[in-house]
Write a protein that binds this ligand. Structure first.
Ligand SMILES: [Zn+2]
Length: 266
């Protein structure tokens, strides 16, 4: 999940291109199918109907994200540009966004719109949910700390029934917790470049989000308040400091959370 190496791996990247006119790229292209489902408008070079379930799921993801984090309304439209073939996707990106690094899927924040570019691959659904989460967050908030942006995208990239117990990060995180390899929110907060996010940082960012959402109502409330302050353009403070005020040792609590985390018996 490293963003800068391994082009075939799932990658993720948020790029802000305030000077780029995304709609001109859109108008210049000849899409086979276009449709709007909930807050997203999809443009594709193949019939979109084959993924209708995923598009419906994305509507639910928007509702869940807004509800869980108590986010306000979207402040800009979100466009998905969906390609059948990798080669077409690559040619499109090279033509319209030559300065953007080559990624398997990418979210580009344009002037007045969020834009996701993705092509058919083995993890297409995951790419759509992951980049769609970035797009939703950035459509509601003036900014999102990089590690938290990625942690939330990792959390919401799996289908809803896998969010709590089925994310691919869980097994390794539980092993780390058993051996007391601590996850430190302060360290995550120091990340300011995507190049500093390797596989471990992605996993720890996901784990911190899972902990904040599921350890207790109070840990979730801290995250909700943090986003409320961001949305209101008030200084949100540091999450690590907020958790230190709530818990004697947040890293210990994160380890305990994952040691104890079990799917309840049916
Ligand atoms: Zn990402």
């Amino acid at each position: 999940m490293n963003c800068w190496t391994g082009q075939e791996k799932r990658t993720s990247l948020v790029i802000w291109l305030v000077l780029i006119q995304i709609p001109s790229a859109l108008a210049a292209s000849n899409w086979v199918d276009e449709r709007t489902v909930g807050p997203f408008t999809y443009h594709a070079d193949f019939p979109l109907g084959q993924h209708q379930q995923l598009w419906n799921e994305m509507q639910d993801l928007h509702r869940d994200l807004a509800e869980i984090l108590n986010l306000g309304p979207l402040r800009e439209p979100i466009h998905f540009f969906v390609f059948d073939k990798k080669s077409t996707y690559q040619a499109y990106m090279k033509r319209y966004f030559p300065q953007v690094p080559r990624k398997r899927a990418i979210f580009i924040k344009g002037r007045g719109s969020g834009n996701v570019f993705v092509y058919h691959n083995r993890e297409f659904d995951i790419d759509v949910r992951h980049e769609g989460t970035h797009a939703l967050l950035h459509a509601c908030l003036p900014l999102v700390p990089l590690w938290l942006d990625e942690g939330l995208a990792e959390y919401f990239e799996v289908s809803k029934e896998k969010r709590l117990y089925g994310n691919g990060h869980l097994t390794k995180t539980k092993i780390e917790a058993r051996f007391n390899r601590h996850i430190n929110i302060s360290l995550l907060e120091q990340i300011d470049k995507l190049s500093e996010m390797g596989e471990t940082q992605y996993r720890h960012a996901w784990a911190a989000v899972h902990f904040m959402l599921h350890y207790s109502p109070e840990t979730r409330q801290i995250l909700v308040t943090f986003f409320a302050n961001l949305a209101a353009q008030q200084p949100p403070g540091r999450l690590s400091q907020h958790y230190k005020m709530l818990l004697p040792n947040p890293s210990d609590s994160i380890s305990k959370h994952f040691r104890d985390w079990q799917r309840p018996p049916p």
